[in-house]
Ligand binder design. Structure first.
Ligand code: AMP
Length: 214
């Protein structure tokens, strides 16, 4: 097996919040990943590389062993459930919550206890379906890839399921939170075979990251 350890990360909040954590764990990229266009970055450790990929692709790279470790949002992991990864450490970064939201006018008279069938736009199709199926609520889910907040404003759906942090995006678009689905943060995940084959070296990095996450 390849001697190099690859850690998969995604651009955006996860990368920004992972860098200080990696630094506390003794890992420093050879160049600034926020500025570089390189997809594989060297680090101060000769056998550790950072691989920069799309958030939704992190579980795929790790599951196939193209990356030994990855940092992925719980939202992405929930949507990829049964993916055959180890979810090792809650890194407690990129925190937010997965919520059902709807126009404020509807929220003023809506009662989630009365829901029987919902038309929802989301990129979290499986998570949404699972959440409502467990409560016996039927769902018509429209798959989107971004800007979910737009869907109820133009009549594509009545409600959305999306990540909410400060709530500013919802507010700016006349939407309100109506139901909490899950608290979200980024997790350190590992390829199962790599955890056996490269155990000593991975364990040392995993332990340092767990300690840095506190
Ligand atoms: P906010 O306006 O602070 O509530 O942020 C909401 C917007 O940021 C939505 O478009 C979300 O999809 C996105 N967002 C919030 N938190 C996260 C996160 N931890 N990871 C990725 N996207 C996020």
């Amino acid at each position: 097996m390849d001697a190099t350890i690859r850690l998969a990360l995604s651009k955006g909040r996860i990368l920004e919040e992972s860098l200080p954590l990696l630094k506390r764990a003794g890992v420093e990229p050879a160049e600034d990943p926020l500025k570089s266009r390189k997809l594989i970055l060297d680090t101060n450790s000769p056998d550790l590389k950072l691989v920069i990929i799309r958030a939704a692709d992190v579980p795929t790279y790790v599951r196939f062993g193209a990356a030994d470790l990855g940092i992925a949002g719980k939202d992405v992991l929930m949507e990829n459930e049964g993916d055959g990864l180890y979810e090792l450490v809650d890194l407690k970064i990129a925190r937010c919550r997965l919520m059902v939201a709807e126009p404020v006018g509807l929220a003023a008279r809506d009662d989630p206890k009365s829901w029987t069938r919902l038309r929802i736009a989301s990129k979290y199709v499986k998570t949404t379906q699972r959440h409502f199926a467990a409560k016996g609520i039927q769902t018509d889910i429209i798959k989107l890839y971004g800007s979910m907040e737009l869907a109820p404003l133009v009549g594509l759906s009545d409600r959305i399921v999306d990540l909410v942090d400060t709530g500013k995006t919802l507010k700016a678009n006349g939407l309100a939170e109506v139901e909490h689905i899950a608290d979200i943060s980024a997790w350190l995940v590992a390829n199962k075979a790599a955890m056996k084959m490269k155990h000593a070296r991975l364990k040392s990095l995993v332990d340092r990251l767990a300690q840095a996450a506190g």
